[in-house]
Design a protein around this ligand. Structure first.
Ligand code: GAL
Length: 648
């Protein structure tokens, strides 16, 4: 069963016909069909054109667009159009615009102009979603619903009085009594003891550092408040169109939203990914976020937005050189996407995104961009058997949003240099280079399917999470500064690693952050950013610190199958390599990515030079039809998608 009722892989992009005279639409549909487009995302920012005045709808144009798409065999990922409320609503209710931490209310004129807690916004968004479902629920083009757009892209939080009331309700539900809150937030520090919930406010700009437990709950609340909006629209859609799958497009590994919670509320996971063509490491970073997408609901997902070439929102928007758009598209498929969608179909003539690339560039069908679009459509047809296939990973990386929020709280940490994404990547990159499949998992999940589990950092670790790790019988690696605080950012009694102490067999006596540029040698290579003064309590040392203040103290330890790394190593390979016995890998030259998906092996040459690859299996290259075995040469930025012989 695919993600939608459409067979094969999905191909298409955001389509904004309201930016074009109607004469252009027929050409759009004809060219989409020519390119093999089978889905278009429609009406994402269309509220002001669908309801130009309160209660007065203009659906005629969208009816004609959907009919036209359908006539050309193109399905719709139909948005509820609620990502940008219209001017009439904002002028009637100026209080629904978000307010920043300094108390400044933001103005209309961009997008996502709503306070997540605004009852007015919610009421009207739900009304519009219902109206859309009633109007288009039976339309033959409708394949899936697209709620909102990139929640938290521009509006993650709002500090207005309405948000404050909502935050207080959320806190009351969490803590029941104000003393529960006082206890969790440690308000005895700096004289913050509250005697009623009415005294509590969002963490607005204050004279000095704000209570980190308050900030942590604010992060939780902001993620939940936006999720409530999504769920309210989803319920409205469900009531009218129970069989139509619902998604909202994620933003890769986004700090602001707990995607484990969000994905559980979706029917299918979709993601927007914009790796920077100017960054030679971006294909590794994006692979990590694709693996997260695949892990969120443990199956195929959909790349709903990507850039055919340049974007328009970086300082310098470097185009994708020839071959990269195809390669990056294939990469998303390799990591579990059931299609390749772009922002956007036709390049805009005006607005902030007029220089953003599109499947059909300003220059029309004579451009290399258009030729690339046509060619990719052909590739995707050849790859249709990949749709729906799954990945079996033997390695998992743990990722927990509340822990991430607490770790990167401003102003109160031993060092602001520990960044979770960088820590994840430091473990992911060497696995990726070895063609080893990696899942991501929340710390509480059953980890028994994995041979190796790595927690790059679990600053926050509850007793339940520690118990789940203790129950795991495979090889486990825990990174530095883990097991430090409980769910309210209170240091565990006795200090780190708190509930992990028995499992790790160590005690951390003192954190030893390294100054910028400072290097601490260890028996397994150099460490930067972070080290720790560790006392053994049942574990044996694997490597010691060498030189400096920590000379001779343990840097990496082991107790049974559990390794603890008490520093940030420049290169974790010496820790990792001995733990990889028996884990399936594909040996490929540097810059070549090898990814197994079901019975297919993707080989992607991300370099600008030819690369020799020894195939671990014989098979058919779906892209060319060639039968391959033994050694092959992969041209620069070229790829092979091998249907492995004899594999079902
Ligand atoms: C996304 C957004 C799209 C478009 C795109 C441009 O963040 O969802 O609407 O703005 O970026 O890269």
């Amino acid at each position: 069963m695919g993600l939608t009722r459409i067979p094969g892989l999905l191909f298409g992009g955001d389509y904004n016909p309201e930016q074009w005279p109607e004469e252009v639409w027929a050409e759009d549909a004809r060219l989409m069909a020519e390119a093999g487009v089978n889905m278009a995302t429609v009406a994402v920012f269309s509220w002001s054109r669908l309801e130009p005045e309160r209660g007065s709808y203009d659906f005629g144009w969208l009816d004609r667009v959907l009919d036209l798409l359908h006539e050309h065999g193109i399905a719709a990922d139909l948005a509820t159009a609620t990502a940008t409320p219209p001017p009439w609503l904002v002028r009637e209710h100026p209080e629904m615009m978000p307010v920043n931490a300094d108390g400044v209310r933001l103005e209309f004129g961009s997008r996502q102009g709503y306070c997540p807690s605004s009852p007015v916004y919610r009421e009207h968004a739900v009304r519009l979603a219902t109206t859309m479902a009633e109007r288009y629920g039976e339309h033959p083009a409708l394949a899936m619903w697209h709620i909102g757009n990139e929640y938290a892209d521009h509006t993650l939080e709002c500090f207005c009085p309405e948000s404050a009331r909502h935050f207080r309700r959320w806190l009351e539900a969490r803590y029941a009594t104000v003393d529960g809150l006082n206890d969790a937030w440690g308000t005895s520090c700096w004289g913050q003891h509250y005697t009623g919930f009415h005294q509590v406010e969002p963490p607005r700009t204050a004279p000095g550092p704000v209570n980190p437990a308050q900030v942590l709950d604010w992060r939780r609340f902001c993620s939940d408040a936006l999720l409530e909006l999504f769920l309210a629209e989803k319920a409205a859609l469900r009531a009218v169109t129970p069989g139509v799958p619902v998604t909202t497009n994620f933003m890769s590994i986004l700090h602001g939203l707990d995607y484990w919670k969000w994905a559980a509320a979706e029917d299918l996971v979709s993601d927007d990914a914009y790796p920077d063509p100017a960054d030679p490491g971006s294909h590794v970073q994006v692979a990590l976020s694709y693996d997260l997408m695949r892990s969120l609901r443990q199956g195929p997902w959909l790349l709903l937005e990507s850039a055919p070439s340049a974007v328009s929102w970086r300082e310098v928007n470097v185009p994708k050189p020839p071959g990269m758009m195809r390669l990056h598209s294939l990469q998303a498929l390799a990591h579990g996407s059931d299609g390749v969608m772009f922002f956007q179909w036709r390049q805009a003539r005006y607005g902030p995104e007029k220089f953003h690339s599109a499947m059909l560039p300003h220059g029309g069908t004579r451009t290399r961009g258009w030729r690339d679009t046509l060619a990719l459509g052909g590739d995707l047809r050849n790859l249709s058997e990949v749709a729906g296939t799954r990945t079996r990973a033997q390695v998992a990386l743990l990722l927990d949003w509340p822990s991430w929020w607490a770790l990167e709280a401003p102003e109160s940490m031993p060092s602001n240099r520990l960044k979770l994404k960088e820590l994840l990547l430091s473990w992911y990159a060497p696995l990726h280079a070895r063609g080893i499949a990696v899942d991501l998992a929340p710390p509480g999940r059953d980890l028994s399917p994995y041979e190796l589990v790595i927690a790059p950092n679990l600053y926050m670790c509850t007793a339940e999470q520690a118990a789940a790790l203790e129950a795991y019988e495979g090889r486990l690696v825990v990174g530095p500064f883990s097991g430090v605080v409980d769910e309210s950012d209170r240091v565990h009694p006795g200090g780190a690693p708190g509930p992990l102490a028995g499992l790790l067999g160590i005690a951390v006596e003192e954190f030893w952050p390294l100054a910028d540029g400072q290097v601490q040698r260890t028996g397994l290579g150099e460490a930067r950013t972070w080290a720790e003064w560790i006392r053994l309590a049942g574990a044996e040392p694997v490597a010691l610190f060498e030189g400096g203040d920590l000379d001779g103290l343990p840097a990496v330890t082991r107790k049974g199958a559990v390794t603890y790394v008490g520093c940030v190593l420049d290169d974790v390979t010496p820790v990792l390599e001995p733990l990889l016995d028996g884990i399936e890998r594909v040996d490929v030259p540097e810059g070549v990515e090898a990814v197994r998906r079901g019975g297919h092996l993707f080989l992607l040459n991300h370099t600008t030079a030819p690369r020799q690859v020894t195939l671990p299996y014989a098979g058919t290259d779906l892209l060319t039809g060639a039968e391959l075995r033994g050694g092959i040469e992969l041209a620069p930025r070229d790829a092979v998608v091998l249907r492995i012989e004899g594999d079902k």
